[in-house]
Design a protein around this ligand. Structure first.
Ligand code: OAD
Length: 253
């Protein structure tokens, strides 16, 4: 992890609140830390209990699913159940409330697959890594797959050809959805301010959106710990999403 520049370290919450007030267009790029205070473990901290012996990078791939479909399906089912039991936090709520007060001024780009921005009421969320709450066919669906509901199972499958249902998330080594990435790149280009919340900044192309925005807009990192994007930031606010976002985005900004 790199340290932020000395100038970025001296920027205060009040300064960044002024940037929020002045910005015509804002993009907010979120990562797993955005949902930490809702009780969703961050991606790299998520492995407990039965799952502790697996690395997420070894489960979140097409090869892993094809080799062990039930194991990977069960891992996602566990994460889906966990997300169903939690609620958006004060950070998600502050973002959604700002968007409702200022239509079309703030675009949420998220790496999270938990749906919590959407549940908080954020419109038009650009979910770069898909959704944990949805499934899709593993192989291109044939007419038989589409003609009847899949057989229940772990994972569910087509009764005729055996095609499997898989989580509608982006796995390691897969392309991001082209239209979502294009919209996120456009939002990053158009913004005057990008808030980068709760991401380690190590996974691309998501982290690249923050780096490219920093060339033409103010870029602010909100994270209690050091991140890989601190060196590119115009300000680094050390604190959590649920504590800082309400202060940054509150009514009088
Ligand atoms: P990580 O788990 O890599 O990083 C989480 C970040 O959140 C860390 O920098 C923490 O310091 C920070 N953090 C923890 N608690 C926080 C809080 N309460 N408020 C704000 N920040 C907090 O998660 P991501 O950066 O999202 O991709 O990981 C990016 C991608 O890597 C994920 O979308 C996933 C994974 O590979 C795919 O599955 C394709």
């Amino acid at each position: 992890m790199k340290e932020q520049s000395p100038a970025a370290a001296h920027m205060t919450l009040a300064t960044v609140r002024g940037w929020v007030r002045d910005a015509g267009r804002i993009a907010l790029l979120s990562g797993a830390g955005m949902s930490a205070e809702s009780g969703v473990p961050t991606f790299r901290d998520a492995q407990t209990g039965l799952w502790a012996r697996f690395r997420p990078e070894e489960l979140a791939t097409e090869d892993a699913f094809r080799a062990n479909p039930a194991t990977v399906w069960d891992w996602y089912a566990m994460r889906r159940d966990m997300v169903a039991k939690v609620a958006p936090n004060a950070g998600h709520a502050a973002v959604a409330a700002f968007q409702q007060r200022h239509p079309n001024r703030l675009t949420v780009i998220t790496q999270n697959v938990d749906g919590l921005h959407q549940r908080a009421g954020s419109p038009g969320v650009l979910a770069l890594h898909g959704s944990l709450l949805e499934d899709k066919w593993l192989d291109a669906p044939r007419p038989c797959c589409l003609s009847q509901p899949p057989l229940e199972g772990r994972p569910p499958r087509c009764a005729v050809c055996g095609n499997l249902r898989r989580p509608a998330v982006v796995w390691f080594g897969e392309m991001l959805p082209v239209d979502v990435l294009a919209a996120a790149e456009a939002a990053a280009r158009a913004c005057d301010l990008m808030l980068v919340v709760g991401t380690s900044g190590v996974v691309y192309p998501a982290a690249g959106l923050a780096r490219s925005a920093a060339a033409t807009a103010r870029m602010v990192v909100v994270n209690p710990d050091a991140s890989d994007l601190d060196d590119a930031a115009h300000a680094v606010l050390r604190g959590t999403a649920a504590a800082l976002l309400p202060q940054l985005l509150q009514e009088d900004t």
